[in-house]
Design a protein around this ligand. Structure first.
Ligand code: F6P
Length: 489
């Protein structure tokens, strides 16, 4: 008999993933991130529904029937769905990551793409099937009147589908990405009676509440609802916007997910982080006067929207414009593998390495490596770099929030100057104490790096204090409970 739950979370990627060893044994690895720590507060009566992402996950589902062993999940109740691999791949790689992600981050090179043809139409049907699998599982596991929090662009159709199956539920949808402005969003097939653009909007409007990381993304969503669906928008008594469409109301929320200060401060002081700091310090080395070199740190998934390549070009420009920094600064760039099933991500990853090598070949000396690039994911080493950062470089061309911008000021040992793109969601909360840049402007980013490296220690410390306070204003658990309360209220 199925245990029904009062709180349900649904996301493509779950809190745990499995790898199968040669002897068939499964190893569970728990992921990090805001959602994992947010949900840990509601362990008792909550279930997290996610998809099996790879072969290890599918094997775990086969062995457990999809209800994972709590020993693997730190006590959380997790239901993993084994959606047929071809359907999953069409939905995740084809639609979510190659279409919706590209639309919201405005990544298309429009002379040739997108081209919505039969392949897209087939993949879209898989996306519908994949969303329906989640809606079925949630409908099955939800207690009467339960609260369901659906996450992200992978699951835009779930709120509407779930409402059809279970009108008694309180449904929320949260977008962790930016939202595209209407002129860009309507690149999607946009026949109001059946187009994909309308389907996405209607899917999310199936929720009682649709929430975003910043007001800017919330406004873009409501503008799309008005322009593409003819919906009406008003402001409720509590100050939140309300979208009215086909007689239903969907409230619009904004919750700026913050960094988890307690976790980060404790985790970053453990011995494995100290060890990595020692080896990074060796790689960074000392300048001609025997002082440790300054560091410009960036830590990202190798993600097209993170703008790693222009970051490297800006660093090269800094070295050209300010030869006084030669031998005195090192750019520590961690670019961890992401979405490697997609050729465009593989090409981008190769370009990051190529440009880093080019800079080292052009400027490096026997004693100085200007760019230290690491491409193997290592959380302890990321925290070590955070602690050592003199400057944090966060220059995405577009980003829902960017938690790295919030985490580095919390963890850095001596305070860091933050160079921050005006297109990151974090800009809304951190702009005042950051040095802000247009991410396309290499010259301006190089200037910002120079200013950041030159900032006096006192000013840097003061700014870092204020950045850390703003960055931790809404920690993951509060971010999560705020949404639950809003839905229950
Ligand atoms: O920003 C949206 C998001 O889903 C994040 O929550 C996460 O960091 C990222 O994309 C990861 O994507 P993927 O699951 O494809 O690796």
């Amino acid at each position: 008999m199925v245990t029904r739950h009062q709180v349900l979370v649904a996301s493509n990627r779950g809190p745990v993933s499995y790898t199968a060893g040669e002897g068939g044994e499964l190893t569970a690895k728990r992921g990090g991130g805001g959602l994992v720590s947010g949900l840990s507060t509601v362990k008792g009566d909550a279930v997290w529904v996610c998809a099996a992402l790879g072969d290890g996950d599918r094997e775990a589902v086969r062995r457990t029937g999809g209800r994972l062993d709590p020993a693997d999940t730190d006590g959380q109740t997790v239901r993993m769905l084994d959606i047929p691999p071809e359907v999953f791949s069409d939905a995740y790689n084809g639609i979510a990551n190659s279409v919706l992600w590209f639309v919201h981050h405005m990544l298309y090179q429009t002379p040739l793409e997108p081209a919505f043809d039969t392949e897209f139409e087939r993949q879209w049907r898989s996306y519908e099937t994949y969303n329906a699998a989640f809606a079925d599982a949630l409908a099955e596991d939800a207690a009467e009147g339960a609260v369901v929090l659906v996450q992200d662009y992978h699951l835009t159709l779930v709120p509407g589908m779930l409402r059809e199956r279970r009108p008694d539920l309180r449904i929320g949808h949260f977008s962790h990405t930016p939202w595209a402005p209407p002129d860009y969003f309507r690149m999607l097939p946009d026949d109001p009676d059946g187009g994909v653009a309308a389907e996405v909007l209607r899917g999310i409007l199936g929720a009682d509440r649709a929430a975003f990381l910043t007001q800017r993304w919330a406004n873009a969503f409501t503008e799309c609802c008005v322009k593409l669906l003819g919906a009406e928008v008003s402001v409720g008594d509590d100050g939140e916007m309300v979208v009215v469409h086909e007689g239903r109301e969907t409230r619009i929320g904004v919750h700026g997910l913050g960094a988890d200060a307690a976790f980060l401060r404790e985790r970053s002081r453990r011995p494995d982080v100290d060890e990595r700091m020692a080896s990074l310090r060796e790689q960074i080395g000392h300048d001609g006067d025997g002082n440790p070199r300054k560091t410009i740190v960036r830590v990202d998934r190798t993600e097209l929207s993170k703008n790693i390549v222009r970051g490297l070009h800006a660093y090269r420009r800094l070295l050209d414009d300010h030869p006084e920094w030669h031998e005195r600064v090192v750019h520590i760039a961690f670019a961890y593998p992401s979405r490697q099933d997609l050729a465009v991500y593989r090409d981008y990853t190769a370009e990051v390495s190529r440009v880093a090598q080019e800079i080292n070949a052009a400027y490096g000396t026997g004693s100085w490596t200007p760019v230290v690039l690491h491409v193997k994911d290592d959380f302890a080493r990321s925290l070590a770099a955070y602690r050592l950062a003199d400057v944090a470089l966060v220059n995405p061309i577009r980003d829902g929030m960017n938690l790295v911008a919030k985490e580095i000021p919390v963890v850095s040992d001596r305070g860091c100057a933050l160079v921050l793109s005006r297109e990151a969601g974090a800009f809304a909360e951190l702009a005042e104490d950051a040095i802000t840049v247009n991410p396309y402007d290499i010259g301006a980013t190089a200037d910002a790096l120079h200013r950041a490296l030159s900032m006096e220690a006192d000013e840097r410390a003061e700014r870092t204090k204020r950045l850390a306070a703003a960055a931790t204003a809404l920690p993951p658990t509060a971010w999560f409970t705020e949404q639950l309360d809003a839905l229950r209220g």
